[in-house]
Structure formats: structure tokens, C-alpha cells
Design a binder for this molecule. Structure first.
Ligand code: G3I
Length: 373
């Protein structure tokens, strides 16, 4: 079953002048919004913006999703080397790729290539993802109980073990909560081990496979669907009480422009109370909405987008240093976005920090300003 996509939108590039002493936060933010208005006067081609390398401003590793084929794209590689200090495989470290030829013929060629690129470029590697409701059902179908257990444990041992000492961290379990927050998803894993059971088993097996990697639970829409956020907090509390080796909390942060002001910061405060490292793990912010009668201008959408992205990054900055694990965008350039897959976008959506020519979008300037708070 294809995972639900959080939300669709569109975006436009904007450019800012450098300040005398580099890029002051006020200059970055102020100009971001001022240039957002340029969109209304399409003839005004703003002057080029140059935001400092985001990895130099972030208070922790600054990451991006990566597809192996992007390593062969010189523009992508140049942009990544300049801005990125951590990588998350977008899809080739998942069962859909690794088990495409079956359980007995796992494919690690592309995850190996991504790991090698990370090491060659001094970037950390965040493994994504070991167990996900959305994948693996076909490969595991037809297995009886003991075979299923051997395959479940064996898969985690093989994959997390393969990158032992090379992966900084793992999304051990991805998206266990129902979109409406009413409970945990039923899936092939929960049918065998129970809703909490498969999560506990996955973490315990991951701990055995790599005792030093930081082990994360990763989820989306905790900030924008209150019931889902509440369910996430309850799940974390239950897992910790059960002795689960859960060591980090992933807030995917697939944002959109109409999230209620303050909701993102409020959830960050709530989730921080566990004292665990937090990973903003998949940030993008689409400008489109589901409302077919949404005639707002690009400039208006950009203003709202930079406000939500700033709220997230500023809330992240209020965390104690020990809890600022990493800050990852789900792609670098608008054309790298998963929103461009499967026709979800009319070609104008701009959900990522850089435009299709690798030029900083207002989102990049907003992140840079927030990281300097
Ligand atoms: O590149 C191949 C192409 O060669 C092949 O012809 C085609 C047909 O199968 O597949 C292409 O690969 C696709 C891949 O994205 C690269 O575009 C896979 O089918 C497709 O399943 C994969 O989708 C990924 C999706 O997760 C499922 O794994 C998206 O890129 C990725 O952005 C998305 O990421 C998820 C996170 O893991 C969890 N949070 C939500 C997020 C967005 O849905």
C-alpha cells in the first residue's frame, strides 16, 4: 500500500543580497519576505542570493535524502558537498529495493554506494528504514511462524549489521501510527507480533546488530494532527516503560502552509520532554493545498511557508544541544522532491531549500536565519 503523501503545493525562487558582515538573520528573513513579493511583479528579476552553506550554520549535522543516481549528477553532488553533512537513503535502503529479488537475494549495491559516498565526503549516514508497514509484505508472504521470525530477525541483522560502525543512526521503525491518530496501524508485522510487539522486537534486534547506532522511531504529521501527535507521545512513553532501546525521536516534518501557527513549536516542546535526541528527519514544505479554490499568490504561499519553516527551525534551536541530533531536508532541489513523482505536482511546486538550478529558495534563507537565533 502506497503511504499517504502529507500534502501538495507550488513555490517560486527568490534571491537576496549579502549583508556587509555576511548574512544577518534579520537581513536574510526580511529580504526573504520582501523578495517573496517580487513574485507579484514577475518582470522584476531579483539579484542572486547566496545563503551560507547550511551545514556551516546548522547546530548539528544537516542532512538530505539521497537517491544513488544523484551521485552521478554533478550539480547535485556539488550542492550536497557544499551544504550537507549527513545522508538518508531515500528509498534504496528499504525493503522495496533490497528485497526486490526476494528474501534470499538481498540487493545492497545502491545502499553500499550511498554509504561509500557519505564516507568519501565526510558525511554521516542515517539508515532509513528497517521496518515499515508499507513494505515487505510480499517478500514475507507465505512464511510460517518460525520462518517469519527468522526472516524478520535475519533482515535486521543483515542490514543493520552491514553498516555497523558506518551508520550513525537508524530509523528502526517508520510510521507505526494511523493517519487519524486513533491507534497503531495494522500490518503484516503487527499481525505476527502485535502492535507494540513488532516495534519492540525490531528495536531489540537492531540493538544487537549495531550496539552503537542511535535508534529512532520516525513519524509524520505529529505537529499538524493533534490526535496523531498525542498517539506518538503515548507510544514513546509505553515503549520506554517497556525497556525498549529507543534512543531518538524522528519528526519527519512534511509541512504545509496552512498548519496552525504555533502548532509546530508546541509539539516540539512536548516531545522534547522525553529528553531524547530529536531528528527533524524529512523536512519539506509544499505550498499547495487540497483546496481546489485556493487562488493565493505564490508570494503569499512563500510567506506562509517561510513562517512555518522558521517556526520549526527556531523551535529546534530551543532544544538543549544534546537533543539536537540532526536536521534533514527531504531532498535538496525542488526537482528532487518526491512530490514530483507520480504526477502529484504541476511542475510549479517548490517544497525544498533550493530551486532546480541549485539556487537558494526563501526556505534556505529562512533556515539560515533560524539557525543563527
Ligand atoms: O527509480 C526507480 C525507477 O527506475 C523505476 O522504473 C520505478 C518503477 O518502479 O521506481 C523508481 O523508484 C522509485 C523511487 O521512489 C525513486 O523515485 C520507487 O518506485 C518508489 O517507491 C520510491 O518512492 C519513495 C517512497 O518513500 C517509497 O519508498 C520516495 O522516493 C520517497 O521520497 C518516499 O519517502 C517517504 C519516507 O521513506 C517516509 N516518509 C514519507 C516519505 C514520502 O512518502
Amino acid at each position: 500500500m502506497k503511504p499517504e503523501t502529507p500534502h501538495p503545493s507550488r513555490f517560486a525562487r527568490h534571491l537576496l543580497p549579502q549583508g556587509e558582515k555576511g548574512w544577518s538573520r534579520r537581513a536574510l528573513l526580511g529580504s526573504t519576505l520582501a523578495l517573496a513579493a517580487c513574485d507579484r511583479f514577475a518582470s522584476a528579476e531579483p539579484t542572486p542570493l547566496s545563503v551560507p552553506p547550511l551545514k556551516s550554520l546548522a547546530p548539528c549535522p544537516f542532512g538530505t535524502a539521497i537517491k544513488a543516481m544523484q551521485i552521478d549528477d554533478p550539480d547535485w553532488a556539488t550542492l550536497a558537498r557544499a551544504n550537507i553533512s549527513q545522508l538518508t537513503p531515500e528509498w534504496e535502503m528499504k525493503m522495496e529495493y533490497i528485497l526486490a529479488d526476494g528474501l534470499d537475494r538481498p540487493r545492497f549495491d545502491r545502499s553500499d554506494r550511498i554509504a561509500a559516498f557519505a564516507e568519501a565526503n565526510g558525511m554521516a549516514l542515517h539508515g532509513h528504514t528497517l521496518i515499515w508497514y508499507a513494505q515487505g509484505e510480499e517478500a514475507f508472504s507465505g512464511l510460517d511462524g518460525a520462518e517469519f521470525d527468522r526472516a524478520f530477525d535475519g533482515y535486521i541483522a543483515a542490514l543493520a549489521g552491514r553498516y555497523r560502525g558506518r551508520a550513525r543512526s537508524w530509523d528502526v521503525v517508520n510510521e507505526p501510527i494511523l493517519d487519524d491518530g486513533s491507534g497503531l496501524r495494522d500490518c503484516h508485522w503487527s499481525r505476527r507480533y502485535g502492535h507494540d510487539g513488532y516495534i519492540l522486537r525490531a528495536f531489540e534486534r537492531a540493538r544487537l546488530a549495531d550496539p552503537n547506532a542511535v535508534l529512532f522511531l520516525n513519524e509524520y504529521n505529529q505537529e499538524s494532527v493533534p490526535a496523531k501527535g498525542a498517539q506518538f507521545l503515548k507510544l514513546v512513553e509505553r515503549l520506554l516503560k517497556a525497556g525498549c532501546p529507543l534512543q531518538g525521536l524522528g519528526l519527519q516534518s512534511h509541512l504545509w502552509i496552512d498548519i496552525k501557527e504555533g502548532a509546530i513549536a508546541a509539539f516540539m516542546r512536548q516531545v522534547a520532554q522525553f529528553g531524547l535526541p530529536i531528528h527533524v528527519s524529512e523536512l519539506d514544505c509544499t505550498l499547495r493545498s487540497d483546496n481546489k479554490l485556493d487562488f493565493r499568490s505564490q508570494a503569499d504561499r512563500i510567506t506562509r511557508q517561510t513562517a512555518r519553516v522558521s517556526e520549526l527551525a527556531e523551535a529546534f534551536m530551543t532544544l538543549p544541544e544534546t537533543q539536537r541530533f540532526a536536521f534533514t531536508v527531504w531532498g535538496l532541489r525542488d526537482t528532487d522532491s518526491f512530490y514530483r513523482q507520480g504526477g502529484m505536482d504541476d511542475g510549479r511546486d517548490k517544497p525544498l531549500p533550493f530551486d532546480s538550478f541549485s539556487r537558494p529558495n526563501p526556505m534556505a534563507a529562512a533556515l539560515a536565519a533560524a539557525f543563527q537565533t
